[in-house]
Write a protein of this length. Structure first.
Length: 115
């Protein structure tokens, strides 16, 4: 009788269409080895990004230096975030101010190219 109640509880509580989820050993998952690179089971090593302005010891970010500012503006016209460029916080603030000044006097576009 206890067996009958147990089977009825498990069939009503569990979903019959879903099986147990097991971790799969698929290659190329997050943190896995990269195709064509590294050895067996080696994880991808990401280099720490360093601030370009600190390395080159650039004190002032000039809004007229379009070649420098254009490196930090995406094709869509957006300012590229710190986590992608590796620029430190104080320089990112100055950089965004310089980009905004350059946009206001039409040295840089506000948006990307129209499609």
């Amino acid at each position: 009788m206890a067996d009958e109640t147990r089977t009825s509880e498990s069939s009503s509580g569990d979903r019959p269409d879903r099986g147990e989820r097991r971790p799969s050993s698929r290659p190329g998952g997050p943190g896995g080895s990269r195709e064509g690179g590294g050895g067996a089971g080696r994880k991808y090593f990401r280099r720490k990004k360093v601030c370009k302005f600190c390395v080159e010891k650039i004190e002032a970010i000039n809004y007229k230096d379009i070649r420098l500012l254009a490196q930090f503006v995406a094709e869509s016209g957006r300012i590229v975030p710190r986590r992608l460029t590796g620029v430190c916080t104080p320089h990112q603030r100055r950089l965004s101010l310089a980009i905004k000044q350059a946009r206001n006097i039409a040295l840089l576009p506000f948006s990307g190219r129209a499609a």
